[in-house]
Write a protein that binds this ligand. Sequence first.
Ligand code: PS7
Ligand code: MN
Ligand code: MN
Ligand code: MN
Ligand code: MN
Ligand code: MN
Length: 348
Amino acid sequence: MPKNDLSALPESMQKCYRLLEATSRSFAAVIQALDGELRPAICIFYLVLRGLDTIEDDMTLANEVKVPLLVDFHEIIYKTGWTFNGNGPDEADRHLLVDFDVVIAEFLKLRPAYQEVIADITKRMGLGMSKFLGAQVHTKDDYNEYCHYVAGLVGIGLSKIFAASGLESEAVGTSEHLSNSMGLFLQKTNIIRDYLEDIIDGRIFWPRAVWIKYAPNGKLDDFRAPENKAAALACLNDLVTDALAHIPDVFAYMSSLRNQSVFNFCAIPQVMAIATLALVYDNHQVFTRTGVKIRKALAVKLMMGATNMPNLYAIFGEFLANLESRVRTEDPSYEATVAAIERAKVML
Ligand code: PS7
Ligand code: MN
Ligand code: MN
Ligand code: MN
Ligand code: MN
Ligand code: MN
C-alpha cells in the first residue's frame, strides 16, 4: 500500500490519522512515513499520550476529577466507546477526546505486544503526572523525574515498540537510559522555551533550586521585569547548559538505529530541539513574549537534512559552534556551558 493512501484502511483508522494530523505540529508526517506495523502502532501511541496530556493540561478540570482520569487512563484505553467532553489547550486536543472511541477501537486491534507497552507507559505517565499536580519541581532531581514521566517514558516505550517490530535490535528496547535521555532533551527544551506560556497558565516547571540562585526577590515571575534581565539570562543559560548535557546520549542512541524510517522519526525532533536551544540561549525574548520558535524555513531544512549520522553530526555541530560563539565570560554558567559544548563536540 502506498504510504499516503489511507482509503484501503477501516474508517476508524482513517479517522485516527486525521486526528493525528490535527493534533501534532511535527509528528504527523514522520509517523505516516514509518515502515510496516510501526505506522499504526506509533500513531495510536501518540494519540493515547496526546489524550492523557490533554487531561494534564486542562486547567479547567478540578484535581478531584483530573487525578482519577490520569491514574486510570491505562484502563480507559480498553473501554470500548469511552469519550470525554472537556477543555484541552486547544480545539484539536479537545476534539481528540470527544472522538476518543475511535482511538480505543484501533488500540484494541494492535498486537498485544504493542498494547502492553502502550498501557504500561500510560499507567506510569499518568501516575507521574498526578504526583506532580500536587508537588512542585523543587530540585534538579524533581526536574529530571517530571521530565522522565512525561517524555523519558515516551522514549522508553517507543524504543520497546521499535524492538518488538523487529525493525530495530533488542538492544534499542533495553537501553532505557539512552531512551530516557532522548525524551529529556526534548522536554527540557520545551519547558525552557515555554517559561512565559506556562507562568501565564499558572504552571511552573523550571526547577526552584536553579532559579532561586538568580531571582532577586525569590519569585520566578521576577524574570519578566526588564530590570532583572541579567538575572533572567543567567538562569536561562544555566538551564540550557543542563539540557546540553543529554547530547552525548542522543548521539549514542541515534547511532544504534538501523531502520531509515525510525531514524528520521527519531532525528527530526532532536534537531528541532538543538535549534530551539540555540535560539533561546541568552535570548531575553523568552521572558517577554510567548511562542518563541525557530523559523519555518529552518525547520524544513532541518527535517530534510536529518537522515543519517554524518548529517546529524553536521547539524548539531553547526548549532554547537553557534552557541560557543555566543557564550559570555560574565555568565555564571560560562565554564559549565563551554564544558557541555566540548563534551558534545568530541563525539562529532
Ligand atoms: C508517542 C510519538 C524518539 C526515542 C503527546 C517524542 C507532554 C516534548 O509539556 O504538549 O504539555 O508543554 O508540547 C509522542 C524519544 C506525549 C517525547 C510530552 C508522544 C523521543 C505526551 C516527546 C508525545 C520521545 C507527554 C510535546 C515529549 O508535547 O508538551 C509519540 C525517542 C506526547 C518523545 C508530553 C511532550 C511532547 C514531548 P507540554 P507538549
Ligand atoms: Mn502537559
Ligand atoms: Mn501539552
Ligand atoms: Mn521535591
Ligand atoms: Mn510546554
Ligand atoms: Mn512538552
